[in-house]
Write a protein that binds this ligand. Sequence first.
Ligand SMILES: C[S@@+](CC[C@H](N)C(=O)[O-])C[C@H]1O[C@@H](n2cnc3c(N)ncnc32)[C@H](O)[C@@H]1O
Length: 258
Amino acid sequence: MAIRFDLLTLFPEMFDGPLNQSILKRAQDDGLVEIALHQLRDWASDRHKTVDDYPFGGGPGMVMKPEPLFTAVEEIQSLSQSRAEVILLTPQGRRLESSLVRELATLPRLLLICGRYEGVDERVRKHLVDREISIGDIVLSGGELPTLMLIDAVSRNIPGVLGAEDALIEESFDQNLLEYPQYTRPAKFRGWEVPDVLLSGHHARVADWRRQQRLLRTRSRRPDLLDGADLSDQEQIWLESEPIPIETLDAGERGPLD
Ligand SMILES: C[S@@+](CC[C@H](N)C(=O)[O-])C[C@H]1O[C@@H](n2cnc3c(N)ncnc32)[C@H](O)[C@@H]1O
C-alpha cells in the first residue's frame, strides 16, 4: 500500500536534497511514496503574497495568518481522492515516536503543515488540523526539518520501501528494545576485537547473544522502554541478575571493547 504526503511550506526548496536521495528517492521511483510540495504563498490573496501578520495583543515575532492556510488545505484536499489527515508540526504536539510512526504509516495520505515565525493562528490549530506532532522538546525555526523526519520515519514503515521485509525487525524500538551492537570487518581494529560469538558462525548462539545485548543495552540506556517490552520470566530473572556494566554513552571515553 502506497502513501501520499502533501507538504505545505514557505520553503519548498529545503526539501530538494533530502527527498531526492537514497531510500526516499527509490521509494518514490517505485511508486510506494508520493510527495507533493505546495508553496503556501500561492494561496495568499494580496499582491505582496503576505502569509503572516503581527500578533494581537502585541509581543515579538509574526504569526501565520489563517486565510491562506485554510484555503490551501481545502484545495489540496481536493487534489486526491482520499482525504488527507491534516498534521501541524509544532513543538506543542504529541511527541513523534515509533508507535505513532507505525500508526501514520497505515494512513493513505498525510497533509503536513510546516509552521514558521511564531507559529500559526490558534484557529488553524483548533479548526483545520487533525493532529499536532512534535519531534521533541526543542524549538526549531520551522516545520520543514520535522516534516522531513516524519516522512523518512513513516516511509520506512511502508511495505517494500526497505529492501528486506525484515529490516525493521530488531531495530531500535521494535518490541520496545534498542538494537544490539553491530560490528563489521576487520575483526580486530586498533586492538579492539569483535566478540567471538559473532565470528563463530553459530546462528542460534548469535541470536541469543543479540537478544541478551538488546536487553542489557535497553536497561542501561533506556530503562523506561522495558516496561513495555515483552520479556519471558527467564529473561526477567537473567536481566535482574546481570551486573550493571560501567558504561558511558560517550564513545570517546570508552575503553577497549570486551
Ligand atoms: C519558532 S517555531 C514556533 C514556536 C512557538 N512560538 C512555540 O513556542 O510553541 C516555528 C515553527 O517551527 C516548527 N517547529 C519548531 N520546533 C518544532 C518541534 N519540536 N516539532 C515540530 N515542529 C517544530 C513549527 O512548525 C513551528 O510553527
